[in-house]
Design a protein around this ligand. Sequence first.
Ligand SMILES: Cc1cc2nc3c(=O)[nH]c(=O)nc-3n(C[C@H](O)[C@H](O)[C@H](O)COP(=O)(O)OP(=O)(O)OC[C@H]3O[C@@H](n4cnc5c(N)ncnc54)[C@H](O)[C@@H]3O)c2cc1C
Length: 616
Amino acid sequence: MRAAVFMKQVPDVRAGSVGTRPDGTIDRGSAPAITNPADLHALEAALRLADEVVAVTMGPPAAEAVLREALSRGAAGGALVTDRAFAGSDTWATANVLAAVVRHLGDFDILLCGLSALDGETGQVGPQLAVRLGVPHATGCEAVAVDGERLQVRRVVEGGYETLSLPFPALLTITETGFTPRYPTLPLRRYAASAELVELRADDLALEADRIGLEASPTKVAHMEMVPLPSVETRYVGTDLSYEQLVASLRGRGALQERPPSVGSRVADLATLPKTDPVDDAPAVWVVCELTDGALAAVSAELLTKARELASDLGGGVAAFIAGYELDRAIDEASIFGADVVLVAADERLRPYRSMPHARVLHGAVVADQPQVVLLGATSTGRDLAPRLAAMLDTGLAADCTGLHIADWTRRGHTYERLLHQVRPAMASSVLATCICPRARPQMATVRPGVFSHSPAPRKSRVEPVAVDLLPEDLVVEVVDRNVQSRDVSLSDASIVVAGGAGCSAENWHLVEELAAALGGRVAASRAAVEAGLAPRALQVGQTGTTVKPELYVACGISGAIQHVVGMQAATTVVAVNRDPEATIFRFAHFGVVADVAEALPRLSAALRAPQWPGD
Ligand SMILES: Cc1cc2nc3c(=O)[nH]c(=O)nc-3n(C[C@H](O)[C@H](O)[C@H](O)COP(=O)(O)OP(=O)(O)OC[C@H]3O[C@@H](n4cnc5c(N)ncnc54)[C@H](O)[C@@H]3O)c2cc1C
């Protein structure tokens, strides 16, 4: 079996020394150039699956270091794709180049990328490359096995994982939670230092100028600004205060008070609200809705709410696009959250979600109706589907946005009116980039769940069926198994959350529960703790778990991986307990305890239970 692994050289933004220059471009400062960490996991997957592994990197000549690293770990060959004409390529243009490289290098059975790159964090190149090559893809894989004539992969999704079966050739993106990379060996290091690499330029690949580089890229960066890393000043137990003073400080900040429950926005209560007439104009903004157990996912309600504002700025209505089977409940909910039109693709083959049939149906509908904007949630589904769709439509896509607004944009004397400005964090969230898509249509974005609130605006929506014309090649990927637990919805409303991570164990998990009891709060967990069997999946906080917004979040033995932090960073006060003083979680913590959980948690519980004296 022959495998190609796509690897990128990135600034180690975790080192925190990246900034922006006065002209708005990125200053990589003293950040060392490294091989994108997830790509090393993809390389490891390739080495375990294939007899011959070829590493491919696109970048400046210095990126050859990535290839030499791949060779030193066992890759048989390396191809450096380098040309000034490629500079500034967005993910669409990068996928065009890499597809040409694959065609140039010959047949591969399997193509692998890291889930996303440390600098851009889009996770889009893999699925877009799959479209260019006409192969199926699976994103976020943490386990892969060859099963006879097919591949079987385990893919991370909200609330658990799913197992997919794909035919060869296929493209997979690999997470850092699977395939621990091997170390280079001394003989391979020697070989890697002098091995001959293939070097490819635009001319070798017969690439047209309108498919590559900055000018051709549909996505442009309009603006870039530094975001100060959370400027939380951490006070440490032991050096700055005692456990008792920590408790007094938490009381002083109001962090120990139970919040009144949020106003119920239960759909059953909302169904009785009066409905207004829909906007007559063609919908300008589409929301591709996601379903959870047949109901509209919270992120879709958030996007419909935001879409109403964007559509009114653009002059048009809002459409909810819903694909699946047995969709009545979701259709009603889309009307409640303000869809003027509900576009319904109902077909048994569209349940559960699979990227190729969903992309096919959505593509047909978008081409027919030509909306100006298409929004999806930045969930495991949205981030799998959106890049495939954007590549099929030859349009731009901004990933994981946290802000959206409509404004004009002027460049070289030309004003583009009423463009969607898509604000997204990049470079380990140290930079906020505003992306736009001036010419290609539709303008597409995936949006981080939980950043916009949802509010009802019931409409007498027009419900319109969408044709489901699928080709046999759209159905080649099978969902073998789905192991998904629904989230504990009450967790998202909790005022106090105590979360345990992989730093806890079965022996001391009761300490997390006791601390939660002492605080009158709810127990939660990181994904690693869930994987270790310490807590049920319903209690997982983070990107593929629940987003919480408590007054107080206590992180016990949690490192602070970005996928966890996005689920808890809205907490008003954060206390982190970790025995590693360098743990990332301390960057987000108002109070830190550098200690073993087995020592710190009982002391904190005891301080909470201690009698309170007047004046404390
Ligand atoms: C697509 C995708 C989605 C993901 N979604 C999520 C998600 O929703 N939620 C989530 O949490 N993760 C998610 N992850 C996983 C995430 O990347 C991290 O792997 C995970 O958050 C790590 O959990 P952790 O911090 O508990 O474990 P680790 O990263 O292993 O950290 C354990 C920490 O405990 C500390 N420690 C160890 N022993 C002790 C001790 N005795 N006392 C005190 N401290 C100790 C260590 O110093 C370390 O900092 C996702 C990953 C991917 C690829």
